[in-house]
Design a protein around this ligand. Structure first.
Ligand SMILES: Nc1ncnc2c1ncn2[C@@H]1O[C@H](COP(=O)(O)OP(=O)(O)O)[C@@H](O)[C@H]1O
Ligand SMILES: [Mg+2]
Length: 395
């Protein structure tokens, strides 16, 4: 395959390793400076120019978009997506992961355990929010910090309030998060590629520091991950739309607490700690996926009028509990079940003999009219309420 690594740091360890791994496997690889692309929307088809010339054909890209160029970088990645060039990390995934609040919001509806977190704006809401996450000591985080910068541990509520007020006054958004004391300055970084963890390490903070980032002097060691941690990492990455990701987890009393999902994980620390060829695993994965460029399901499947995708609750308006999928009569109503979600597991292309359980959810493609009649009244009402014109915001 011909692959481009989008990076502004051709000499960096990670870029060098990815390049070497691709060459070693007989691929053609170029490291392209993300900021030298020009997005061209003038022609009939989406196009890209690089350093003033039309870009040649690529099979895949591996975006490594730095924090300071998220907007432009994700625009370039999105353009590659429009051109059907495979990318393991979508523009959407990268921008969602970059914003700690947005990532938390997305993960929280999928039963991923995270440290209790709050986000407020008004001064009067700060103290109740601190109390709600568990009181002092409390962690305060800038939404887009990295490498531990912008992560503060406030020992008392008063100090926390003062810090948050100061940051608000300089127009900085912050998260208020429970301090997970039992993790004792340590965390787990799991490197996810596709649907598995290819390497994992434990990072331990230096001295009395609570942040375990390598850039803050943290030390690293390889770990054998508990399957619960592996699953949490893989699911988090998948939910975020990232096939290559570094998932950071605290070791909470009841298991993993996902803190963040990094879309351009550094390779030096983890390859050194584990002696594993992570770069090689990434390249091999991409080579196996180039035939499947990312498809925006809603965008593609809703083109035919009257058809769309929807999630149906088995315990819904039409009660299907105890029936088999075949007996549910969905296909007869022009509804195709794409996946069945049961707890944290997913059954793709479920067969007709599968017996439905109360908490199952069916992700379907089909006739909207038919599917609407299967959504319980309460949810339908809620959906309607949401569509009413909103009150203008006071800001
Ligand atoms: N809620 C928390 N409780 C305990 N330690 C935390 C908490 N949040 C962050 N940390 C520590 O601070 C480090 C940096 O936090 P993180 O949210 O990953 O920000 P960054 O993006 O800057 O790496 C983590 O690796 C962890 O060691
Ligand atoms: Mg981190």
């Amino acid at each position: 395959m011909k692959i481009a690594v989008l990076s502004r740091a051709p000499q960096a360890y990670s870029t060098q390793r990815l390049r070497a791994a691709a060459l070693q496997r007989g691929h053609t690889v170029k490291v392209l400076n993300t900021l030298r692309f020009a997005i061209d929307l003038t022609a009939d088809e989406p196009d890209l120019h690089y350093r003033g010339r039309q870009l040649s054909d690529y099979d895949a890209i591996l975006p490594r978009i730095g924090n300071s160029i998220t907007y432009f970088g994700t625009a370039v990645v999105r353009q590659f997506e429009q051109m059907d060039v495979y990318t393991p990390n979508t523009a959407n995934g990268i921008s969602s992961a970059r914003d700690k609040l947005r990532a938390n919001q997305i993960l929280s509806r999928h039963n991923i355990a995270m440290p209790p977190t709050a986000f407020v704006r008004n001064r009067a809401d700060v103290r109740p929010a601190i109390e709600r996450v568990g009181g002092a000591p409390v962690v305060i985080k800038l939404l887009e910090g990295t490498q531990g910068i912008g992560v503060i541990l406030a020992p008392q509520v008063k100090v926390a309030e003062a810090i948050i007020e100061t940051l608000h006054s300089t127009k900085q958004n912050v998260l208020i998060q429970k301090f997970i004391a039992e993790s004792r300055g340590r965390d787990i970084r799991a490197l996810v590629v596709g649907d598995r963890v290819v390497a994992a390490m434990r990072r331990s903070a230096a001295g009395d520091e609570f942040r375990s980032n390598v850039h803050r002097g943290g030390s690293v060691e390889a770990v054998e991950l508990d399957p619960i941690y592996e699953r949490a990492a893989v699911r988090s990455a998948q939910i975020m739309g990232l096939r290559v990701a570094g998932v950071d987890m605290l070791e909470g009393e009841d298991g993993p607490l996902v803190m963040e999902v990094n879309s351009s994980p550094g390779l030096q620390g983890i390859e050194t700690a584990t002696k594993l060829d992570v770069a090689g695993a990434i390249i091999d994965y991409i080579a196996g996926q180039v035939a499947f460029p990312e498809i925006d399901v809603r965008q593609r499947l809703t083109v035919s009028t009257g058809y769309g995708v929807a999630e149906l609750m088995v315990h819904g308006a039409v009660d299907l509990v105890g029936k088999t999928l075949g007996e549910a009569g969905l296909w007869e109503r022009d509804i195709t079940v794409l996946t069945l979600h049961r707890g944290v597991s997913v059954i793709p292309n479920p067969r007709k003999h599968v017996v439905l359980e109360a908490d199952d959810r069916l992700f379907c493609f089909g006739k909207l009219d038919e599917m609407r009649s299967m959504v319980p009244e309460r949810r339908r009402r809620r959906a309607k309420v949401r569509r009413l014109p909103r009150q203008p915001l006071s800001e």
